[in-house]
Design a binder for this molecule. Sequence first.
Ligand SMILES: Nc1ncnc2c1ncn2[C@@H]1O[C@H](COP(=O)(O)OP(=O)(O)O)[C@@H](O)[C@H]1O
Ligand SMILES: [Mg+2]
Length: 236
Amino acid sequence: MKLILENIEKSFGEKKVLKNSSFIFEKGKIYGLLGRNGAGKTTLFNCISGDLSYDHGKVVLFEEGQSNEEINYSKVGYVFSEPVLPEFLTGYEFLKFYIDINKDKITNLLTINEYFDIIKINEEDRYRLIKGYSHGMKNKIQMVCFLITRPPVILLDEPLTSFDVVVALEIKNLLKKIKTDHIIIFSTHILQLATDLCDELVVLNNGVLEELDSELLKSPEFEEKIMEILKEENYV
Ligand SMILES: Nc1ncnc2c1ncn2[C@@H]1O[C@H](COP(=O)(O)OP(=O)(O)O)[C@@H](O)[C@H]1O
Ligand SMILES: [Mg+2]
């Protein structure tokens, strides 16, 4: 399975955010999308998920044994940096609802409590309103959605930024466990997170995607080199 971006262009008014971005993401890897604030990471994710229309180009999902199709939202699990969840439901009610509306897409359904166990939300919190959840807990609830429906492409927009170290480690392990069946792209402006978690690093630099040599990841000069690349950018 491959996610193919072909010459994606996206402008907001005069401002070109994505300029001819092309890239091929492959199944089984966690990609770190690295870019400074305002580089266009969220915009790129919105284009991939279909939440935003782009001006030019194509996003194609190639799945073995199926025809190449332009991607549609049902193939993408998207964890937003600002979680969007119904605050008037309890976590338990929300998961029940989510499972109900996605019944036809789910294979290997677990019980709601088993899902809560996986993301380590404790028993009493399961029956509290989402309104009272912390940012990190809301992010976990968003993540459990893709554990339930298992969409081929999983986008995580700066998710670990809000987690404490323990939760970040739990989520990291979780992603590593499921990565063989998915294309996972994880955006961050924090180098450390990207190097810890990701198999490949992609820099969004001046509206263009560039892959970093994975050998570079292991080298001691790595941080310096990335800083150089990011500094060259011209944010006007
Ligand atoms: N809906 C929008 N309308 C106008 N400008 C936008 C919109 N969304 C994003 N932008 C601009 O596009 C650029 C990239 O934003 P974004 O994708 O959010 O960056 P990142 O996620 O990398 O921080 C920013 O300059 C931002 O102001
Ligand atoms: Mg963003």
